[in-house]
Design a protein around this ligand. Sequence first.
Ligand SMILES: *[C@@H]1O[C@H](CO)[C@@H](O)[C@H](O)[C@H]1NC(C)=O
Length: 126
Amino acid sequence: MIKVGLILGIAGACRTDELVNLTVDDIEDVGSSLIVKIPNTKTKIPRIFVVTDVGNMLELFRKYLSLRPPHVKHNRFFLYYKAGKCSSQPVGKNTMGKIPSVVASYLKLPDACYTGGIVDYNRLHT
Ligand SMILES: *[C@@H]1O[C@H](CO)[C@@H](O)[C@H](O)[C@H]1NC(C)=O
């Protein structure tokens, strides 16, 4: 879950709540890449980005999607993952917001380079 969150979060410069709200219908797998639509609730004009197949990113995405239990009643994309299985419970804001710090501690980075979201737009441009 964290790896797929990181892939989509970085490829699309997504905020935490954009990832939380992402649905399975927002992602189209066209084989060579993924086309992801991030709906904008205010303007109704979605932001679209493409995830190309670098490394094993699409394989990871497909593997994660294939673990989705068939009985899930909602269409939120991110589900909790544990011990090789996904539950039907959608990932909430708090868990999603912790991805940067989980990754930073995995990479042994200091806490200074990120804030609440996957990508901090202001710091990207400084
Ligand atoms: C995510 O969904 C919540 C609940 O429907 C909504 O209040 C919020 O504005 C949405 N955020 C985005 C970025 O779409």
